[in-house]
Design a binder for this molecule. Structure first.
Ligand code: DP6
Length: 388
């Protein structure tokens, strides 16, 4: 049995990918740009095994068996990797051998946090190790699993170039700067309580492409300028500039969602309260220290510098008190030293208790990594997942 285990990070877009020009190949209508989050706090982990004794391709996601050959995106990624492996010509085992794949996220999938991006990036990276393919083409393959996944194959700040080729070969993600360039770039994820039925990104963005005029305007006129300006801001460590561009872009993305017919509503009242809070915080601080971004759901991603984390958390606790206080179950990830913020707490809006499920504190991080055999999610004598 040949076995490989790897982890891959979550990424959060500062300039959003929203809209496809080709649904099958997953080719976007605009470039996007993201920050890769540290795998210390959030990651997908995948073990892939190949053996002559496996009768079928089988996949388990978070312990549950899920469709494999009936999943066209998964099959497309697999076929592409197999073709690359054949072209390379140094296969360790016959290409016909079936696979067992187990994958887990170390963060709740239900939290609506970019799990497909980390998941598909991890799947493609792990299969590439298994088939002995180390190629620059991996981001174009991960893209065909889930668009945003291509950005999770690099660390630091990453740009997904939309490309112009019909076959998608130039629609690839490339690094802008590695994580070490901006070590003190931190992230707070506010996971809000929400029970509404969600429209998936895939379905929502299709409806937006079909019915929103604003979407075309953004792709053509706003995104190119924003990508250039935010790339400069990243290279120069200009946080206020990065923050403003990020907030304007997420706001416009949700405006497009509302411009869709029937509209897609992703943010809820708590999300809007967070937006108001961030602007109040920045005003009270006298400078832009905090930025928000929302994906296709109500949770907020806040970007900030390490030196401002304690004050920002104290302000969050003032505006959005929680019975869980500063417990490790509530404030997960990198521990935060708490501070008093009497100085400007009076300027912050006050909300009801317990509006957030929990908060995750993390930082910018590196791309996927290969792990040793002891980390396998599959029992290497049976090829079946461990029960945990
Ligand atoms: C709002 O990559 O999940 O998170 O390509 O259809 O799988 P598919 O969509 P997906 O969309 C992500 C949209 C977003 C913005 C972003 O990550 O850029």
């Amino acid at each position: 049995m040949f076995v490989e285990t790897c982890i891959a990070p979550v990424n959060i877009a500062l300039i959003k990918y929203w809209g496809k020009r080709d649904e099958e190949l997953i080719l976007p209508i605009n470039d996007s740009l993201s920050a890769t989050l540290s795998t210390d706090d959030m990651c997908a982990k995948t073990t892939a095994a190949a053996a002559a004794s496996f009768a079928d391709n089988v996949m388990w996601l978070n312990g549950e068996e899920v469709p494999f050959e009936q999943n066209p995106r998964l099959m497309r990624c697999l076929k592409e990797l197999q073709q690359l492996a054949i072209a390379k010509g140094n296969l360790k085992f016959p290409i016909e051998w079936k696979l067992h794949i187990a994958s887990r996220n170390n963060f709740p999938t239900a939290a609506g946090l970019a799990s497909s991006a980390a998941g598909y990036a991890c799947l493609v990276y792990t299969l590439a190790q298994l088939y002995g393919v180390e190629s620059e083409e991996l981001t174009a393959i991960a893209r065909q699993g889930s668009g945003s996944a291509c950005r999770s194959l690099h660390g630091g700040f990453v740009r997904w170039h939309m490309g112009t080729d019909h076959d998608g070969t130039d629609s690839v993600a490339l690094p802008i700067v590695p994580a070490e360039h901006w070590q003190d770039f931190h992230i707070l994820i506010l996971v809000v309580n929400d029970s509404r039925k969600k429209t998936s990104s895939t379905v929502g963005m299709k409806r937006c492409v079909e019915t929103s005029d604003l979407l075309k305007y953004r792709a053509q006129h706003c995104v190119p300028q924003r990508i250039a300006a935010i790339t400069d801001a990243i290279k120069q460590h200009d946080f206020p500039k990065l923050a403003e561009i990020t907030m304007r872009d997420t706001n416009q993305f949700h405006a497009i969602a509302l411009d869709t017919f029937p509209p897609c509503v992703y943010m809820n009242d708590v999300s809007h309260a967070i937006v108001e809070f961030v602007h109040a915080f920045n005003k009270a601080a006298g400078e832009v220290k905090l930025a928000y971004s929302f994906d296709a759901g109500p949770n907020a991603c806040l970007f900030l510098l390490e030196k401002d984390v304690s004050t920002a958390l104290a302000a969050i606790q003032t505006s959005f008190p929680n019975d869980a206080g500063e417990s490790v179950e509530y404030v997960k990830g990198i521990p935060i030293k708490c501070v008093e913020i009497n100085a400007f707490s009076g300027d912050l809006p006050k909300h009801d208790k317990n509006l957030f499920k929990y908060i995750i504190h993390t930082r910018i991080g590196t791309g996927p990594q290969r792990l040793d055999k002891s980390q396998s999610l599959l029992n290497i004598s049976t090829g079946l997942p461990f029960e945990n």
